[in-house]
Design a protein around this ligand. Structure first.
Ligand code: ADP
Length: 847
């Protein structure tokens, strides 16, 4: 409501407008004229509203095609006829003398009919909004109504009387004024309902006009004389009302559309300004003096100058001092002065900070009316990135041609599209040139690669060279890139490495000692020979798992871990360990570890081998035992000898001859045993040193055997000795003393290891080429297992230890060496607990 009926605002506006002031003057002038001559006043007042009414019509009629609101068309046409009626009314006014016979009734009738027409038109006009009504039809409609009114007044004379001379206005006239006022009020109501169809200002004007018309009507009801005051006010109000209608019409048909037009124009101008300012490209306007006149925001951003710095600056300041920059630009500038346009030229420009940029430049000269160049419009596109990319692409494009390896491109149909210099060898092999097709046999490969989309490698040989060719499909493009590499040297190197590897493997395998390489970080065995006992299954095995069957590395001082030691010293180390063979046998080993260092000098690998020193260890142990044993064996006879000799020396006079003899006999006996022992040791050391020489002579074996048995019989009365010699026995060539030593050793053993006595039989058997001499007893015997150990040094069997403390475990060994040095053999046959028979042979004949 407020925006429609903002009265204070309307009044304020109305009062201060030049037109209002002018209107006030007019009204004042009219008033003055009314005082002077009321008829003149009336005529001018009416004429004024008539002119306004016709002006309304003319404006509307001529702009009806642009009006989308039919209300105004209806009003325009209505006001034409209202004006017409008012004109007739003015002419018929008392005193005008146009219609002298009609009196004052005629102008009043015309007046009231004009007001009816006006009020009804204002009421019905809103109903035309949104209806399709032809203005011509409407015009003729109104013309018809007017004709009827005029005919009813002038011809038929049926129009109700409105003024009667001497009695004044008729009730019809008065009531009509009220009816008209009501119609007008109704029209306000109707218009208010359709207010959305109107501009607020226009609506206010229309409402104002209608209200003033109502006021005017009411004023007219009061007058008694056509020259009265209320008549005067009524006319003033009518003028204002018509003026407001006119204003509303002008507002709608002229002011608003033009405003709209200007607003659109302004808007588009702003848009263009905005476009120019915010354009993504830099724009300049350059004068013919070469100075910048205008620059948009992008230009300031691109070149790093403020607008203030840019405007007035010579455009050449923005070019780089290069042939592609200033020089080229100056050339273009001359062309521009001659009116030439420049399109998409690439130039090197320069920013405020001196950095270069590549620009795409377009210049369009601007001409004045006479066709002279006055300025330019220049557009600058920053193409630095594009240029860089282009350069990069160019550089990249050189890649294949500069590649020392072959690069080719093959089309699906096998045509060689491209081949770099290095491909000439391949082209020679194929006897092809670029543009020709590859040989037939390559076609299949090409289709396959393109179909599968997978890179395929193949090797070709050509003149002692081997080439590896990678066929890489570019499926989307439908061609193949071929990358070739001369792999001859690599192949040869591979071959060499393979051979070296084989050599290494063979070397490793040839080593009978376990040999392996351990990773210093994780103890894992990297390489091992089969002597190390590592099967395929145990690959990845750790050294301690393999050699110790243990779950963790060795530790402690007794069992030093060679790897730890090698890491510590970074030198070769040797440690003694106890290892377990694959079959679980425990062995004493000597582990040798050798470090392999990396560049920083850290231990990377350890090369290891170990030696089985079990035997040596045992031997060492035996030797230790032997020394103890020898000392013991030497001391006991010596004690007996010294004891006996000392007794004889000290107690000589008091001893009987027999006692003395016995003591000396004991001493002699022990001395013999000592001599025997020493002899054995001597023989053995000779044998060890390889200096066991036989002093061969003819030996009467029979005699020798008898003597030896006799000798032993003297020492042991508990045994029965039997000598079995064939009747005919040849003499043998032998070292007599050594032969006796053999026999003695065997006989002594037979006595020693037959603690319960029994028979001891010495037999000689004559075979074809040898003599077999045997000594058998009925003693403790030797188990099968022990028999194997018999002829080894320092071997004393468990049973022997129980039965005799004497003995070094050397006798049999000496026997063996002596027999062998005679070219014979020695062996034993025995059953545990049932006696033993020792045999030895002496070769016959050849001696
Ligand atoms: P020893 O000095 O201990 O007799 P030998 O070399 O003569 O050393 O003998 C080695 C071992 O052989 C003896 O310790 C004994 O165990 C066993 N041995 C030798 N001869 C006999 C035998 N006739 N009967 C049983 N055991 C024997």
């Amino acid at each position: 409501m407020n925006n429609v009926f903002s009265w204070p605002e309307i009044i304020r506006k109305l009062l201060w407008r030049p037109v209002t002031i002018a209107g006030a003057f007019i009204i004042l002038a009219l008033y003055v004229s009314s005082v002077y001559n009321y008829l003149l006043f009336h005529s001018i007042a009416e004429l004024f509203s008539i002119i306004v009414a016709f002006a309304i019509f003319i404006i509307i009629w001529n702009s009806r095609r642009f009006l989308d609101n039919n209300y105004f068309i209806a009003i325009g046409i209505a006001y034409f006829f209202i004006g017409g009626l008012d004109l007739v009314h003015t002419l018929a006014y008392s005193g005008m003398g146009v219609f002298p016979e009609y009196g004052a009734n005629l102008p009043t009738q015309l007046w009231i009919s004009a007001r009816y027409l006006q009020a009804i038109s204002l009421l019905i006009a809103p109903f035309f909004i949104g209806r399709r009504i032809k203005s011509n039809t409407m015009f003729f409609g109104y013309a018809l109504v007017i004709s009827l009114i005029l005919t009813s007044i002038f011809y038929w004379d049926i129009f109700p009387a409105s003024f009667i001379e001497n009695s004044g206005l008729t009730p019809f006239k008065k009531i009509s004024e009220y009816i008209i006022s009501v119609i007008l009020l109704a029209s306000i109501f109707v218009m208010y309902r359709k207010r959305r169809e109107f501009d607020a200002k226009v609506l206010r004007l229309l409402f104002g006009a209608i209200i003033l018309t109502i006021c005017a009507e009411l004023a007219f009801t009061f007058y008694v004389s056509v020259y009265g005051l209320s008549n005067l006010i009524g006319h003033f109000l009518k003028i204002i009302s018509f003026y407001l209608i006119y204003k509303a019409i002008v507002e709608t048909t002229i002011v608003k559309p033009f405003n709209l037009l200007f607003r659109n124009l302004k808007h588009s101008e702003e848009q263009y300004q905005d476009l120019y300012e915010e354009a993504p490209n830099a724009y300049f306007s350059v004068g013919i003096d070469g100075r910048i006149r205008q620059a948009n925001r992008r230009a300031t951003e691109l070149f790093g100058f403020s607008r203030y710095e840019l405007v007035g600056r010579p455009i050449f300041d923005l070019y780089a001092d290069t042939p592609n920059g200033k020089v080229k630009a100056q050339g273009f500038f001359k062309g521009f002065l001659d009116g030439e346009e420049i399109h998409n030229e690439e130039l090197e420009m320069r920013r405020a900070d001196g950095s270069k940029l590549w620009a795409n430049l377009s210049v369009r000269p601007i001409f004045d009316k006479e066709g002279r160049v006055v300025a330019s419009r220049s557009e600058v596109l920053d193409i630095t990135e594009y240029k860089q990319a282009e350069e990069e692409i160019n550089r990249l494009a050189k890649f294949p041609s500069e590649n020392p390896n072959s690069v080719l491109r093959i089309a699906r149909n096998g045509t060689i599209l491209y081949a770099n210099k290095a491909s000439s060898i391949l082209l020679n092999k194929w006897k092809r040139k670029v543009g020709q097709k590859l040989p037939e046999d390559w076609q299949e490969l090409i289709s396959e690669v393109l179909d599968t989309g997978l890179i395929k490698n193949t090797e070709v040989g050509w003149r002692n060279h081997i080439y590896s060719l990678d066929f890489a499909p570019i499926v989307e493009e439908g061609y193949i890139n071929v990358y070739g590499l001369d792999i001859t040297e690599r192949k040869q190197a591979d071959e060499r490495i393979k051979q070296q590897k084989q050599l290494l493997e063979i070397t490793l395998e040839s080593l009978t000692h376990p040999f392996y390489v351990v990773n210093a970080d994780n103890y894992i065995i990297e390489i091992a020979n089969s002597a190390a006992g590592m099967s395929e299954k145990t690959a990845d095995v750790k050294c301690y798992e393999l050699t110790h069957k243990s779950g963790k590395p060795c530790s402690g001082t007794r069992h030093l871990c060679p790897l730890k030691e090698v890491k510590k010293s970074k030198k070769a180390v040797t440690v003694e360990h106890i290892h377990y063979s694959v079959d679980g046998k425990k062995m004493n080993v000597e582990v040798h570890g050798f470090p392999v260092l990396d560049k920083e000098g850290n231990v990377m690998l350890m090369i290891t081998y170990y030696l089985d020193i079990t035997e040596r260890k045992q031997l060492d142990q035996l030797k230790d035992e032997f020394i103890g044993l020898v000392s013991h064996e030497l001391r006991s006879p010596l004690t007996v000898i010294t004891g006996a000799v000392n007794t004889v020396l000290a107690e000589g006079s008091r001893l009987s001859a027999e006692e003395t003899h016995q003591l000396l006999l004991d001493a002699s006996h022990e001395a013999d045993s000592l001599a025997g022992l020493l002899n054995n040791l001597l023989e053995l050391s000779r044998a060890q040193a390889g200096r066991l020489f036989i002093r061969a002579e003819l030996v009467n074996l029979r005699k020798m055997l008898r003597d030896s048995v006799e000798e032993i019989r003297r020492q042991s009365s508990a045994h029965r000795f039997v000598l079995e010699i064939p009747g005919k026995l040849p003499d043998v060539t032998a070292d007599k003393l050594r032969l006796e030593r053999i026999l003695n050793n065997l006989l002594e053993n037979a006595v020693k290891y037959s603690p319960d006595g029994g028979e001891i039989r010495v037999s000689v058997k004559l075979e074809k080429e040898r003599l077999v001499i045997s000594v058998s007893d009925q003693g403790i015997g030797i188990s099968k297992i022990d028999q194997a150990k018999l002829f080894k040094p320092f071997q004393r069997l468990e049973d022997a230890r129980i039965h005799s403390t004497k003995g070094l475990g050397l006798g049999l060994l000496v026997c063996q060496r002596l027999v062998e040095s005679h070219g014979g053999q020695i062996w034993v046959e025995s059953k545990h607990g049932q006696g033993s028979t020792f045999f030895f042979t002496l070769p016959l004949g050849k001696q």
